[in-house]
Design a protein around this ligand. Structure first.
Ligand code: FES
Ligand SMILES: [Fe+2]
Length: 471
């Protein structure tokens, strides 16, 4: 661990809970209060009994054999969330998508048409494109200058006369990759036999996401960073709210992680709804009546003047909901959202590892992708998409300043793997702890994961994982 990371750990202030709650309070069948749901979106998915025993399969977090199996049997089979139509805004715009050892080009055609093709020259296998986003009329291989069109068709073999006919009689176009677009989001799959995208996503997840302005958004942040942990070790730390009290004590006044509603969908997808601006109940009694800084920030963002702030933190959620609903002539039509959606954080998990925090104003999307060669590393990707015209950017986006004109396509940034500060103080705490877990999993003194009901999404993930990956 670097010096930088040690310092990160020292800075964590642990908080002791003031109250012990009844077990009943966080059972899997917990449903957020009805008053918040004017559109009945808090309908609870059926509870799934996924067992309670220890998962004794710790080798899946470091075995090279499993990592290869995962690539062939899981990552090459499912639909993968890769971007948005606005990332490739015009005909002949393209983006390069790297997943594990594979690289794919996604090209915009006329209208909403999107084409996928492997990013590999058919001559001797050079990667054709190294740029993440761009626009071009043709792809020219840097090695010997073979040329391919934006539909993948072979356009030109340099010095063609020097090749014998039997060397070039094959189909030498770039092999296609299947893509599909759902409400602006682009997905791809390396499996031609995969079911249609909307069948993979499922009706429940599609319904819960219906109010959000997915089609409109623009990417305002895009960072990738290598993390020293298996992709599953890292992803698991982001699908349970149980660690928030110990790892992120600064959040206890602002996020009720204890009373999260967790809905488990088919095909490994899920929704975790976290109540914002409400403290976790174990800690509520340690709050003074005054507003915490987080409360004030959210009130300001809802357009409420300091003089009109409520006096007690318990009145903050309703004040924000009221202010947003009263906001007319604004770029977002808050009327189409349920009251809870105006304040809470809807964490939509798209299998395998796309975690989308949804708010009416925009989306904070994280992914933990397999490293191209190393089972004990992963690629952390964070992207923020915002609705153009929202004015000041809400603090959950963690973006200071952004160009929302749509004129330029934002490039991707690659962060130094040792820079634990790259994604703000909360992700820093996770980034520092995740490698500790990766290291501990190897120990002879550790037998495998134990999961409580607050961590049910991890069991749900493995339930789906083993539908793909053979044991
Ligand atoms: S490898 Fe691409 S032209 Fe030779
Ligand atoms: Fe965390």
């Amino acid at each position: 661990m670097t010096e930088n990371a040690d310092e990160g750990l020292r800075n964590i202030r642990y908080a002791e809970p003031h109250e012990t709650l009844d077990y009943e309070a966080f059972r899997q069948d917990y449903v957020l209060p009805d008053w918040k749901d004017t559109r009945k979106l808090y309908r609870k998915q059926p509870v799934r009994d996924l067992g309670g025993g220890r998962l004794e399969h710790k080798h899946v977090y470091y075995s090279r054999e499993v990592w290869e199996q995962e690539w062939e049997q899981l990552w090459s089979k499912v639909w993968l969330h890769v971007g948005h139509l606005n990332d490739i805004p015009r005909a002949n715009s393209f983006m390069k998508v790297d997943r594990g050892p594979e690289s794919v080009l996604i090209v915009r055609g006329e209208g909403d048409e999107v084409r996928g093709m492997y990013n590999v020259c058919q001559h001797r296998g050079a990667r054709l494109v190294m740029q993440d986003f761009g626009s071009t009329k043709k792809f020219v291989c840097p090695f010997h200058r073979w040329e391919f069109g934006t539909s993948g068709e072979l356009l030109k073999i340099q010095d063609r006369e020097s090749f014998r006919e039997d060397a070039i009689c094959h189909n030498l176009d770039l092999p296609p990759v299947r893509t599909a677009v759902w409400r602006g989001w682009i997905f791809m799959t390396l499996d031609d036999g995969a079911p249609p995208l909307e069948e993979f996503l499922g009706a429940d997840l599609i319904e819960r996401a219906s109010a959000y302005d997915f089609e409109k958004v623009l990417r305002i942040r895009d960072v990738q960073q290598e993390w020293p942990a298996n992709w599953k070790t890292a992803h698991e730390a982001f699908v349970e709210g149980y660690h928030v009290q110990a790892t992120h004590p600064q959040l206890y006044s602002a996020v009720n992680a204890y009373h999260a509603q967790t809905d488990l969908f088919d095909n490994g997808h899920a929704l975790s709804i976290y109540q914002f601006m409400s403290p976790s109940p174990q800690y509520a009694s340690r709050l003074s009546n005054e507003l915490a800084e987080e409360h004030k920030i959210f009130l300001r963002e809802a357009g409420i003047k300091e003089a009109d702030f409520p006096k007690h933190w318990s009145e903050v959620p309703e004040a924000i909901i009221k202010a947003k609903k009263a906001r007319k002539d604004y770029v977002i039509d808050y009327e189409k959202f349920s009251e809870g959606q105006l304040i809470d954080d809807w964490g939509m998990g798209v299998f395998p590892t796309t975690e989308m925090f949804l708010h009416p104003e925009g989306f904070f999307i994280q992914q933990w992708l397999p490293h191209p060669t190393d089972p004990e590393k992963c690629i952390y990707q964070v992207q923020v998409y915002a609705v153009p015209g929202i004015g000041e950017l809400p603090s959950f986006m963690a973006v200071e300043d952004a160009d929302l004109s749509g004129e330029k396509v934002l490039p991707r940034t690659y962060a130094d793997p040792d820079d634990v500060d790259v994604s703000g103080p909360v992700v820093k705490q996770d980034r520092v702890l995740v490698p500790r877990v990766q290291s501990g999993i190897h120990s002879k003194g550790y037998k495998g994961g134990i999961y409580g009901d607050q961590e049910i999404r991890i069991r749900h993930f493995f339930d789906e994982y083993y539908r793909y990956v053979s044991k």
